[in-house]
Ligand binder design. Structure first.
Ligand SMILES: Cc1cc2nc3c(=O)[nH]c(=O)nc-3n(C[C@H](O)[C@H](O)[C@H](O)COP(=O)(O)OP(=O)(O)OC[C@H]3O[C@@H](n4cnc5c(N)ncnc54)[C@H](O)[C@@H]3O)c2cc1C
Length: 768
């Protein structure tokens, strides 16, 4: 083990050492803020240690993943920051500048591997270990071309987003002030030790990094490990043409060289025979993706637990990834699947038994601040003053009014004859000089339903809005009225008669959902309302963050409401729904097990047992049995858990566990409810077991879920982003600590206040 400490550095003045643990999108925000705020101390050298075993900006959006793993957000709505400026290119802008947009020569329309097409490739950026003393790798056009049938809708490959993030970080560091010296250390941090003077030592499997003054944790979804055996022909091409560029890399980079070498060695197995005997019967996580499915044979059956976004990746890999092709079926966007014969049979199931709903077209066109008519800023401020509040009784009714409002505004827009019977809206007309109705119509038309300029007077009178909304509703035929209940429970008893009637109804439901998504937010009142449900997260967060809700209400929100809004509003690009429908019609994908079927493990002696201890993978596969139609059962060889790591598993991260055990952190606890994140101050200092901020340790992002609501969605350019705000607050707090009394926080003798045993409740949460 090597020991790296500040005295090995050759600065005249001892540098202040700042460690950033986790270098994903959140890390970028912290780096930017450090670069922006450090110039206030021009004579003080800063040493920025960037620790991440695999990522240099990409985080969970690794460049080494199949191109058919898509972003779930349209490019127009994505950025590493929400700021729009020359230095903050949005993902869409970056795509255009690199000629990677749909239809361009290098872009979506291209069938080529761009690396071979334009004579450059990205292995240098994918494998180098940049430091500020070496030139950051030039990031050339890489082979990550977007998926053809989705790129035109603005949903691009995640590998491409990863490359965008990486280049953005490289740019930030190229522009860093001279007195910031940075270094990427490709290590996973497994523990922190507090020194007597308050500074930190960082433990990694290979070295101890000593005397660090300040530490920021941005470990997001957990630690990404670079796949060692990815058998991807495009990766082979990249690695091959970059051997030269690897010559100057250091020992950490040589780990990468092994990786790329490994992919070259695997050439023969890329399209070769599958060995079913090696097939695992249980796959707990698919990320970071590492050809997890290579050994699954076409005669096998795969059960997929979860019908969310990860499931779309799994299905894409097992179909398109195996050479299957989706062809247009007619001109309405629906698809037909042509199998390759190499795909296994797939059964997908979930608690609800339904796939997520498709994202609508035009969702990316709503810019500017969303103006609400019921959950207005004034109402939010009023509720904040009453905190802690109850979500179900005080907030949800207002959210439902907003959904209805968007629904009927869109409905009326599609039925202009209805406007003439609606009383004028007073607010808005005064400013615009137009009649009230046309003012409403114009606002909706201009900016995507209920989005109005920031100075709009729409928030005026909530009571008036409510009665006007009731009037709108009464003017709409019964069968067209908005019903959240119907959206949440779309099937009749007739649909549910047998698994076969359900299969047919489900296919109709998917078809309808796709076609509504094609109509878009302007053409489908339902999709417009679901878009509001997604956007309103930012508004309701103001009533959740930092214990604005009662503990029991926060629990209800996370366990009852959140799964529903996710299901309705954060679904995949609509092309995915067309694909699942085509796969169901082709008999490749089975979706008709109904809600929460039972999955039991089968032992080699044929005995079924409860699949509780899933790590102990059964030798004879699994039996899936419908609870809705108990005689409907099927055997599966392999069970794949289609999910991502979220906040309730934070305590399983070795680093977090280490902090909890030492009492250097404690779980966020809202009156007994613990969503899994850590307790932090408003400027994101971690709070220790003794209830005091640690002083020189910060956490942002998913680690703070609970204090912050919905920490796992990326910034949307031009909108308010808590990504940016949190990074700014945390770094400001660090520089305040530094500036107030040079290094005071860490010079204070550190007490040992944490005598209690490791929190038993945390043990219970994480081990059950
Ligand atoms: C598969 C997937 C798809 C997604 N798609 C979308 C989308 O389309 N739209 C959207 O808005 N959001 C999406 N998200 C969510 C969004 O990407 C995340 O919210 C965002 O990446 C969070 O950024 P982060 O930096 O906090 O975490 P991450 O991106 O998870 O990055 C954390 C980094 O920390 C590193 N790390 C972790 N532990 C350690 C350690 N102990 N030592 C050193 N380094 C460590 C990891 O290696 C990783 O690089 C997606 C998430 C996933 C998992």
């Amino acid at each position: 083990m090597t020991h790296l400490n500040r005295h090995q550095k050759n600065h005249q003045k001892n540098p202040v050492r700042i460690a950033l643990v986790g270098l994903g999108p959140r890390g970028l925000g912290i780096v930017e803020q450090i670069c922006m705020q450090a110039p206030a101390w021009p004579d003080q050298p800063f040493e920025l240690l960037l620790l991440d075993p695999a990522s240099f900006g990409e985080g969970c959006h690794q460049q080494h993943q199949p191109d058919h793993f898509l972003m779930n957000t349209a490019a127009e709505q994505l950025g590493w920051s929400a700021i729009r400026s020359e230095n903050h290119k949005s993902f869409a802008q970056w795509i255009r500048e690199n000629g990677l947009d749909a239809g361009s020569q290098n872009g979506a329309a291209s069938q080529h591997v761009a690396g071979s097409q334009n004579g450059t490739d990205d292995a240098s950026s994918a494998t180098a270990t940049p430091t500020s003393t070496t030139t950051a790798p030039s990031s050339a056009i890489n082979s990550a071309t977007p998926k053809n049938n989705s790129a035109s809708h603005g949903y691009y490959a995640r590998s491409m987003f990863g490359r965008y993030l990486r280049e953005s970080l490289e740019q930030l560091l190229r522009d860093a002030p001279d007195h910031i010296h940075w270094q990427w250390i490709q290590q996973k941090v497994t523990g922190l030790q507090k020194n007597a003077d308050g500074s930190w030592n960082l433990e990694t499997p290979e070295e101890l990094i000593e005397d660090v003054d300040y530490v920021h944790l941005c470990t997001g979804h957990g630690s990404a490990e670079r796949p060692k055996n990815r058998k991807n022909s495009k990766a082979r091409l990249r690695s091959q043409s970059n051997q030269d560029s690897q010559a100057t890399q250091d020992s950490q980079a040589s780990e990468d060289s092994q990786y790329t070498q490994g992919t070259m060695d695997s050439q023969d197995t890329n399209t070769g025979e599958i060995n079913p005997s090696a097939s695992p019967s249980f796959i707990e996580f698919i990320y970071p993706f590492d050809d997890h499915f290579a050994s699954l044979a076409s005669h096998q059956t795969v059960a997929l637990e979860g019908m969310g976004l990860t499931a779309f990746d799994v299905v894409a890999e097992l179909t398109e990834g195996r050479g299957g092709v989706f062809l247009p079926k007619g001109d309405n966007g629906l698809l037909e699947y042509v199998p390759s014969g190499r795909e296994p049979s797939i059964i997908a199931y979930s608690r609800t038994g339904l796939p997520l709903k498709a994202k609508p077209k035009g969702q990316d066109q709503a810019h500017g601040k969303k103006v609400y008519k019921h959950l207005t800023d004034d109402v939010v401020r009023q509720l904040q003053s009453e905190a802690p509040v109850d979500f179900e009784t005080q907030i949800l009714p207002l959210v439902e009014l907003e959904l209805k409002q968007t629904y009927y505004d869109t409905y009326f827009q599609l039925h202009p004859e209805l406007w003439k019977n609606l009383p004028a809206v007073h607010e808005g007309s005064a400013n615009s000089g137009k009649s009230g109705n046309s003012a409403v119509l114009e606002d909706s038309t201009n900016s995507g339903n209920s989005v109005a300029p920031e100075d709009s007077t729409f928030s005026a009178n909530v009571a008036d809005q409510k009665s006007r909304l009731a009037l709108m509703e009464s003017m709409v035929p019964q069968q067209d009225r908005f019903s959240l209940d119907a959206l949440l429970d779309p099937f009749s008893s007739f649909d549910m008669q047998t698994e076969e009637t359900f299969r047919r109804s489900l296919e109709n439901y998917l078809r309808e959902d796709f076609l509504k998504a094609e109509l878009g937010v302007a053409g489908s009142p339902e999709k417009a309302a679901m878009n509001t449900l997604r956007d309103i997260r930012e508004q309701i967060a103001k009533l959740i963050d930092f214990k604005m809700l009662r503990g029991d209400s926060q629990q209800w929100l996370y366990h009852t409401y959140l799964p529903k809004i996710k299901w309705l509003s954060v679904g995949p690009p609509r092309s995915r729904i067309a694909e699942w429908l085509a796969l169901s019609e082709a008999g490749v994908l089975t979706l008709n097990f109904g809600a929460a079927p039972e999955c039991t493990a089968v032992e080699s002696d044929g005995v079924e047992r409860d699949a509780v201890e899933r790590d102990a993978a059964p030798s004879s596969g699994w039996i899936l049995r419908s609870k809705t139609w108990p005689s409907y059962a099927r055997h599966a060889d392999t069970l794949i858990q289609a999910r991502i790591q979220v906040s309730d598993e934070i305590g399983n991260q070795p680093l977090v566990r280490n902090l909890l055990e030492q009492g250097l952190a404690r779980l966020f606890d809202n009156d007994g409810y613990r969503p899994g994140g850590l307790e932090v101050t408003h400027d994101f200092q971690i709070i220790g077991r003794n209830g005091k901020p640690i002083g020189n340790l910060w956490a942002t992002g998913i680690l703070t879920e609970g204090e912050r609501f919905y920490t796992f969605s990326l910034p949307s350019p031009g909108k308010t982003s808590r990504f940016d705000a949190d990074a700014k607050a945390a770094v400001q707090s660090m520089f305040t600590t530094f500036g107030n009394h040079t290094h005071k926080a860490y010079e204070e003798p550190y007490e040992e206040p944490f005598k209690e045993p490791y929190d038993e409740q945390a043990e219970k949460i994480y081990n059950t």
